[in-house]
Design a binder for this molecule. Structure first.
Ligand code: MEV
Length: 317
């Protein structure tokens, strides 16, 4: 295909889950994160000028932010003549990386329309423009995981332009159940409130961030060694520290305990947390858990983040 042919452009941006290290990653410590098989699909068709179709359902403030974010990506790609629209099968505003996925999907289409190759690092660089507009001071873990589509140990030192990502290979299937546990406050707000607390009591909060960073590195080692029990234990300890930082809620805690009672090797909140959001549980066999939660009317799905996959599958969910 001619790389400037805009007649059939499409780009996928995967949602993400943070297995370990959300929030402390904003302060320069490592986080372990992997891609979901759910995400955002963007499509491009030829047009006189570069533009984004904004869904009618969005509120005025959301439209404004989305427009500004797309303008930055469009400028980074030299404003190719393409009209971009998008669709998603990812639960939105749940801490599952919907804005990072949208940024990656749009960036893939814009880069194709501009006749560029769209390597993972090119895609990540354009998506980063959009993410900064969405989140203010993001660590970059969301869009990097989405662009690389692999389990990664990610770190961005404060002030550094780029984060660094190391792919973490797993000899065993790392399978999660992802549960929606109530509406959540926006990431920007939760991250901002934590920033205020850590400014006031810097030493105490930095101590906890440092410990969470160590947990993320230990978790990556456990994955590489195929030690899922150790990974589960690290997840449990990480949830306790996130709660200590004021990032959990009764709804999230209840779901964490429910998953542990259902046999999870480990369970924790994932993403920004706050009043609600998503909880993840690590299981050897996710099928019966999804079946039971669904029977109880609880929104959930399963996903494999890393390791050998059953033949013919791209991942669960
Ligand atoms: C949000 O998915 C993850 C946070 O750590 C924020 C960030 O890394 O930018 C809460």
């Amino acid at each position: 295909m001619d790389t400037n042919d805009t007649s059939s452009l499409t780009g996928f941006g995967a949602g993400k889950v943070i297995l370990l290290g959300e929030h402390s990653v904003v302060y320069g410590y490592p986080a372990l994160a992997g891609p979901l098989s759910r995400g955002v699909t963007a499509k491009g068709e030829p047009a006189n000028k570069c533009q984004l179709v904004i869904p009618d359902a969005l509120m005025p403030e959301q439209r404004k932010v989305l427009k500004a974010a797309f303008a930055r990506a469009m400028a980074a790609c030299g404003e190719p003549g393409v009209k971009v629209s998008f669709d998603t099968d990812l639960p939105l505003s749940m801490g599952l990386g919907s804005s990072g996925a949208l940024s990656v999907a749009c960036s893939r289409v814009l880069l194709q329309a501009a006749g560029r190759k769209g390597t993972a690092s090119e895609v990540a660089a354009v998506a980063w423009e959009m993410e900064q507009e969405f989140h203010g001071t993001p660590s970059g873990v969301d869009h990097t995981t989405s662009a690389m589509e692999q389990l990664i140990l990610y770190r961005r030192k404060p002030g550094a332009e780029q984060g660094r990502a190391k792919v973490v290979e797993s000899p065993k299937a790392v399978k999660l159940v992802v549960v929606m546990a109530g509406a959540r406050s926006p990431t920007k707000q939760t991250v901002g409130a934590l920033r205020e607390r850590q400014k006031r009591w810097s030493e105490r909060y930095q101590r906890i961030f440092r410990e969470i960073g160590l947990l993320a590195s230990e978790g990556a080692e456990a994955v590489e060694e195929g030690d899922l029990e150790a990974l589960g234990d690290v997840m449990n300890v990480n949830h306790g520290l996130l709660a200590a930082l004021g990032l959990s809620s009764p709804g999230l805690d209840d779901m964490v305990h429910r998953l542990r009672n259902m046999g999870a090797l480990g369970a924790k909140l994932t993403g920004a947390g706050g009043d609600g959001g998503a909880v993840i549980g690590l299981f050897q066999d996710t099928g019966p858990v999804v079946h039971e939660l669904t029977r109880l009317g609880i929104r959930c799905f399963d996903s494999q983040l890393a390791g050998p996959r059953a033949e013919g599958t791209r991942g669960a969910a």
